[in-house]
Design a protein around this ligand. Structure first.
Ligand SMILES: Cc1cc2nc3c(=O)[nH]c(=O)nc-3n(C[C@H](O)[C@H](O)[C@H](O)COP(=O)(O)O)c2cc1C
Length: 175
């Protein structure tokens, strides 16, 4: 799950199955959920929240985590034992959107963990203009941007310290 399908194939080829993150029905909403672009001028920073502009310009790479609104077209390949499972998604755009967004978000999270595991700094970013990014990078409307990841090696003197985390009891309810 990196910038293009070729990388993705080779990444999976080197990973044991248990190291690949799961998603609903392993549908991987899209062959191109992540798109790499150099941070900088243009639609990625144009319209971004003011606090996000400089750090995006400073990042050598900004990955666009997106989702494929017609992921179900790939289902016969990814879910070959029951290809007819594409039918409910094809017939229900709202259901397809919900599943694509859920699985695309999961894959974005796995992407961040993988990038951090190889030593990169990764800063998630939702404060940007999705419509501008989509118009520039995904003009046919099939892929929608979800969030961005600024990637590289941050200046340790400027990287924010870890923020407080909730205790288990505060975050979880045993039922
Ligand atoms: C999906 C996502 C979107 C985020 N959007 C922004 C943003 O727009 N601006 C920002 O300054 N930080 C943003 N963040 C960063 C978080 O506010 C927070 O600083 C970060 O997740 C802390 O993670 P860490 O403690 O593991 O480094 C985002 C993070 C994620 C995962």
């Amino acid at each position: 799950m990196v910038a293009d399908a070729g990388h993705r194939r080779s990444a999976q080829g080197h990973l044991p199955d248990h190291a690949i993150g799961a998603d609903q029905r392993q549908l991987e909403p899209g062959t191109d959920p992540v798109r790499a672009d150099s941070g900088g001028e243009g639609p990625v920073t144009d319209g971004a929240e003011p606090g996000n502009v400089d750090k995006t310009k400073a990042a050598p790479v900004t990955a666009i985590i997106g989702y494929d609104t017609r992921f179900y077209e790939l289902l016969p390949k990814l879910f070959p034992h029951r290809p007819e499972m594409k039918n409910p998604y094809e017939a229900n755009a709202k259901l397809a959107e919900t599943v694509a967004f859920r699985n695309g978000t999961l894959q974005g999270a796995y992407f961040m963990l993988a990038a951090r595991a190889v030593g990169l700094d990764v800063g998630g970013m939702s404060g940007f203009d999705n419509a501008k990014v989509d118009a520039e990078f995904f003009p046919d409307g099939r892929i929608k941007s979800n969030f961005l990841c600024n990637m590289g090696h941050g200046d340790p003197s400027k990287i924010m310290a870890k923020l407080p985390r909730l205790e288990f009891e505060e975050a979880c309810t045993l039922i």
